[in-house]
Design a binder for this molecule. Structure first.
Ligand code: NDP
Length: 279
């Protein structure tokens, strides 16, 4: 029997737990969200994040700009860094091309980097020190743990090597004592490589790429991809219908990784507030 890893339900449970944790704090955690440009998908993501934050008891403060100069955005981040009442700062990506994304992300105080994209936090993940972890891989790991709490010795193949998903995912699985292989667009014999995996995490942005004959019987499959088909429907990077029976556990798209990404953003914000209010 295949276990459907329902990220929507797990995210609801995480959010309920966070709401309880927030009640024990001396003030509500505060998340500052910055959105620049007119990307409709980004506008929806930001609205969803704000609504989710409000629902658990996080105060969210949105800064929306049609366009902004690099120096003005850096000044805003500096102001938010210095504001003791702000626990988390999120800059919605992608940024318009004329802005220097790297410089913007590096300007965020690492303690308020609730997306976990700051190089210092990525480095801490690499050396195994506590730090905010990128939301999507963090959520993927919680989904994997639904299927199997102890991952020791398992072979995990992560397909995709982006800084926001693939690379931190590989580090998290390594921390769980998996043997990890990271694959990418230049990897040879990818189907064969996947067939040796107990866990497959796919984050490539190519619809229905992973087929049933890529998988070992009983694999745990996490599909990060979000692709819109011509008929308007969403699908993942895994061909869900043909792969389902082959897996011990698999995430659907939608209602898989997506809701967990938002839940982990809230968790990172609560953790940042807890840390600050304890000090
Ligand atoms: P990127 O485009 O930054 O990275 C894609 C990676 O996939 C690259 O490493 C690329 O390799 C690799 N790749 C592309 N095509 C293939 C292929 N045919 N075979 C093997 N590897 C391939 O994407 P992201 O990591 O940002 O996102 C990946 C997907 O996940 C997207 O669909 C995105 O929308 C989704 N996503 C979903 C989230 C959620 O919350 N559910 C959050 C973030 C992303 P190379 O490095 O060689 O180019």
């Amino acid at each position: 029997m295949t276990l459907l890893l329902n990220g929507f339900e797990l995210a609801q449970r995480c959010r309920a737990e966070l709401a309880e944790r927030i009640k024990t704090l001396s003030r509500a955690p505060k998340l500052a969200v910055i959105l620049i440009g007119d990307n409709p998908a980004s506008a929806i993501y930001v609205r969803n994040k704000e609504n989710a934050a409000t629902e658990v008891g996080i105060t969210s403060e949105a800064y929306r700009f049609e366009s902004i100069y690099q120096k003005d955005l850096l000044s805003l981040i500096e102001k938010l860094n210095a504001d003791d009442g702000v626990d988390g700062i999120l800059v919605q990506l992608p940024l318009p091309e004329k802005l220097n994304e790297k410089e913007i992300l590096q300007a965020i105080d690492p303690a308020k980097d609730v997306d976990g994209f700051h190089p210092l936090n990525l480095g801490k993940l690499m050396i195994g020190e506590p730090a905010p972890v990128a939301c999507t891989p963090k959520g993927c790991l919680k989904l994997i743990h639904l299927a199997k709490p102890d991952l020791t010795g398992l072979h995990a193949v992560v397909i995709g090597r982006s800084v926001i998903v693939g690379k931190p995912m590989a580090q998290l699985l390594l921390r769980e004592n998996c043997t990890v292989t990271t694959a990418h667009s230049k990897t040879k014999n990818l189907p064969e490589l996947c067939r040796s995996a107990d866990i497959v995490v796919v984050a490539i942005g190519k619809p229905k790429t992973v087929k049933a004959d890529w998988l070992k019987d009983g694999a745990i499959v996490i599909d990060v991809g979000i692709n819109r088909l011509e008929n308007g429907k969403l699908c993942g990077d895994v061909d869900f219908d043909v792969c389902f029976d082959k897996c011990a556990a698999i995430t659907p798209v939608p209602k898989g990784v997506g809701p967990m990404t938002i839940a982990m953003l809230l968790e990172n914000t609560v953790e940042a507030a807890e840390k600050k209010l304890k000090n």
